[in-house]
Design a protein around this ligand. Structure first.
Ligand SMILES: [Zn+2]
Length: 80
C-alpha cells in the first residue's frame, strides 16, 4: 500500500498492492475486484485475499458473493 512505512522485518514486493507479502520480489498477478478495476497482488497477498473472500462469502447471498478465481487463471501483470 502506498505511503505505508515498512518496518525492517516486513517484506514488501514493490509491485504488489497488498500488505501481506512474504517476499520482496516475485511475480504479481491481476485479481479483478469488480468492474474494470483490479488489484495487483503477489502470491501470498492473493492467498490472503482469497481466504478473506471465502470467509465473507459465508455471510453473503450467492448472487453478491465474491469470485474466488484460481491463481493459475489470473493474468500475470507486467507481461503483455
Ligand atoms: Zn504482496
Amino acid at each position: 500500500m502506498p505511503g505505508v512505512v515498512i518496518a525492517d522485518m516486513k517484506k514488501q514486493n514493490p509491485n504488489c498492492d497488498g500488505g501481506h507479502c512474504t517476499r520482496d520480489a516475485g511475480e504479481v498477478r491481476r485479481l479483478p475486484t469488480g468492474g474494470d478495476s483490479a488489484a495487483i497482488l503477489c502470491r501470498s497477498c492473493y492467498e490472503y485475499e482469497i481466504a478473506f473472500r471465502r470467509e465473507r462469502n459465508k455471510d453473503l447471498a450467492k448472487d453478491c458473493a465474491f469470485d474466488l478465481p484460481a491463481w493459475e487463471s489470473l493474468k500475470v501483470y507486467g507481461e503483455d
